[in-house]
Design a protein around this ligand. Structure first.
Ligand code: ARG
Length: 414
């Protein structure tokens, strides 16, 4: 292979190395196409390198672009409950165009989209990758899998209408077939629901969905296809069963207890706990069409989930950042960082959850086996954000990020 030379550079006043939490002053990030070629002190640049086109961020602290591991870019947060019935997958994809722009402009240069009807998420991802629209790098699941009547099913209408969710599958064989079908149509990851949910009609957040055998078949098939598995689970039994089946992440994890925390720790399973969204649901949800029964469920979930988040942090579990944006306003993804600090993380831990931890869970790597995102190091995509000041001292700086760079291209600047 040809020895590639850097083509441009970014000058950083300070650079936050998220693995160690070290701030390094006056660093030059050398770029080769859309990736990082190398990072060196500005003082050591050769005269040839100094002559390259550069972006001056010497007045800023630069850190990796943020990652949200649980979003629904095709979901309109103003249209919950029965209003969703008006939305075709095409309409949802079109809505996703604005959501994708808001998300990347907020500094989230990578997202994992967990559940979309009609593979609208695949189309959105592909339009972004083709350069037709502006948005984050997307890793997508296609339709979430679940049992008949489960959280991902359409339970809003009586039998007459024969409505059901795209991801419904029952029994090990049908589940394997559904995983294969999702992969065939462009999914990168597999999402299923292991318990009822808050926002679905007529499901119980405490009730398990899928047997252990069904979950094991799902996980085995996903592994054979090279996909990671995300399990939505609020209730304890569903959490434990999903952990036992070997999923990569538990989403929500609301009612996790000490035993399950131990099991997650032993297995290295990640928790993705959306501890901001409860405030939105309870304050804005009714006006957005969220059903009264969902509001009632949320009142049983939100605070306990936050308390259990604190326990998980104390226990040293792997925690990756995920917000469920789409349930609430796109582009406000960073709000949860401060909640995580209020509930027991250091600012560095919160930033790690949204960078290196998320990237480790995603396990998305280049040909050399290096992480594509979540770190500023050679081989990764040149995705970064810059703020004035020190986010380790003031985490809320990340709620209004002035500079966003994705693949070496400036997406947003003051
Ligand atoms: N999509 C999730 C569900 O319907 C949202 C849960 C939000 N509530 C919370 N406390 N995290 O179950």
């Amino acid at each position: 292979t040809a020895v590639a030379a850097p083509e441009k550079l970014i000058l950083a006043g300070q650079l936050l190395e998220v693995q160690s939490g070290k701030l390094r002053a006056n660093q030059a990030i050398l770029l080769e196409q859309d990736r990082i070629h190398s990072i060196v002190p500005i003082a050591t640049l050769t005269s040839e390198q100094q002559a390259l086109p550069s972006t001056d961020l010497t007045g800023y602290t630069v850190l990796p672009g943020l990652i949200d591991m649980h979003v629904h870019l095709t979901a309109n947060p103003a249209q919950h409950g029965y209003r969703r019935l008006q939305q075709t997958p095409a309409r949802q994809a079109l809505f996703g165009v604005t959501a994708a722009k808001a998300t990347v402009e907020a500094g989230f240069t990578t997202v994992r989209n967990l559940g979309a009807a009609g593979f609208a998420d695949v189309d959105l991802r592909d339009a972004i990758n083709a350069g037709e629209i502006t948005g984050p790098r997307m890793r997508v699941s296609g339709p979430s899998l679940c049992m008949t009547g489960g959280h991902c099913d359409n339970n809003l209408l009586p039998h007459t209408y024969q409505a059901s969710g795209d991801g419904v599958a029952n029994g090990a064989d049908a589940i394997r077939a559904k995983v294969r079908s999702n992969m065939k149509y462009g999914a990168d990851v597999i999402k299923f629901t292991a318990t009822g949910g808050v926002l679905s009609r007529n499901t119980d957040v405490n009730a398990s969905q899928y047997s252990l055998a069904e979950m094991q078949a799902l996980v085995a098939e996903a592994k054979d296809r090279g996909a990671i598995v995300a399990a939505h689970a609020h209730g304890l039994r569903g959490i434990k069963r999903a952990l036992e089946a070997g999923v990569d992440s538990i989403e929500h994890a609301s009612f996790i207890d000490d035993d399950a925390i131990k099991l997650a720790k032993r297995n290295g399973t990640f928790l993705v706990m959306d501890i901001y969204v409860s405030d939105y649901i309870l304050q804005e949800g009714e006006a957005a069409g969220i059903l009264p029964e969902s509001l009632a469920k949320e009142r049983t979930v939100g605070q306990l989930q936050r308390q259990n988040f604190s326990k998980a942090v104390k226990a040293g579990l792997n925690i990756a950042y995920g917000t469920d944006a789409g349930v609430y306003t796109h582009g406000l993804n960073a709000r949860q960082l401060n909640y995580m600090v209020q509930w027991g993380m250091t600012p560095l831990q919160a930033i790690q959850s949204a960078t290196i931890n998320a990237a480790t869970l995603l396990n998305w790597r280049n040909e050399q086996g290096q992480l594509n995102v979540g770190v500023l190091q050679a081989g990764a995509y040149a995705d970064m954000v810059a703020v004035k000041g020190n986010p380790l001292e003031q985490i809320t700086l990340l709620e209004a990020i002035p500079v966003v760079i994705k693949g070496g291209e400036v997406v947003k600047q003051p």
